[in-house]
Design a protein around this ligand. Structure first.
Ligand code: HEM
Length: 221
């Protein structure tokens, strides 16, 4: 049924510890990014609200991860969004972006402080300029879990993110979160889009830093 090995325990032994060198299509996301002009369309009682927002995203490389034979490289991310008009955080999100070099699988874990988590998946070539990931309520492989209130009032049926790397070194995303808002017949598409500019490069993953320090100590003076 699945193209998986029968030996589910043995981990690969020849793992390159340098995450930044093995991130495939995610390599260009590493670092800290900012953008002053995102556009959000969100659900409100009086009808959809459109807001301009200020966004910072930080992606830090993590050490290689092995699920038995499945080897993943990744970035831990934090999205923080504000608006010019209000001091309170407009949107906060944490999770991981993961890449499986052997299969081209790309995963994003999403956790937002509304009592909601999702696992979105897709595939991409290692040098892809564009890729799309999605998750759907009810699926276990790439699904969405929400608190009982959100299920009741703002049922989240689908989430999709499209990432595009631009020729000028920036990258853009479009996210579409399909919500069934209680009392409404048509689903609501909660849509966000933004283009981000790099403000800081990422340092190496923790293991790579340890190995670099050890090599420096061992080097003859
Ligand atoms: C991972 C993608 C996202 C998911 C799964 C998600 C989910 C949701 C859900 C379920 C709601 C309805 C709950 C409510 O109104 O209390 C909501 C509302 C809202 N979302 Fe999102 N969202 C996402 C991305 C974003 C982003 C990127 C922003 C900001 C740029 C944002 C801003 C808002 C705002 C302002 C509301 C209305 C809040 C309120 O009335 O209290 N969301 N979102």
């Amino acid at each position: 049924m699945y193209p998986f090995p029968t030996d589910i325990f043995t981990e690969p032994t020849d793992v390159d510890p340098d995450t930044l060198a093995n991130l495939g299509p995610l390599r260009r996301l590493a670092g800290t990014w900012q953008a002053p002009k995102g556009i959000d369309l969100n659900p409100k009682a009086e009808g959809p609200e459109r807001r301009q927002y200020i966004e910072t995203i930080d992606f830090k490389p993590i050490d290689p991860q092995a699920n038995g034979p499945q080897l993943l490289y990744g970035l831990r991310y934090h999205v923080h969004i504000n608006t010019a008009e209000e001091d309170i955080t407009f949107h906060d999100q944490v999770g991981y972006w993961l890449w499986e070099p052997a299969t081209g699988l790309v995963l994003q874990t999403v956790a937002i402080p509304r009592g909601q988590v999702a696992l979105a998946s897709g595939t991409a070539a290692s040098d892809a300029d564009r890729f799309v990931l999605s998750s759907e309520r009810g699926l276990t492989e790439n699904g969405i879990c929400s608190t009982a209130f959100l299920e009741y009032a703002f049922r989240t049926d689908r989430y999709q993110i499209e990432i595009t790397f631009n020729a000028d070194g920036t990258w853009s995303y479009v996210t579409e979160t399909t919500l069934t808002v209680r009392g409404e017949v048509e689903p609501f598409t909660h849509r966000d889009r933004n283009t981000l500019v790099k403000v800081k490069d990422a340092g190496p993953n923790p293991l790579q830093q340890v190995l670099a320090a050890r090599n420096k100590q061992a080097a003859p003076v």
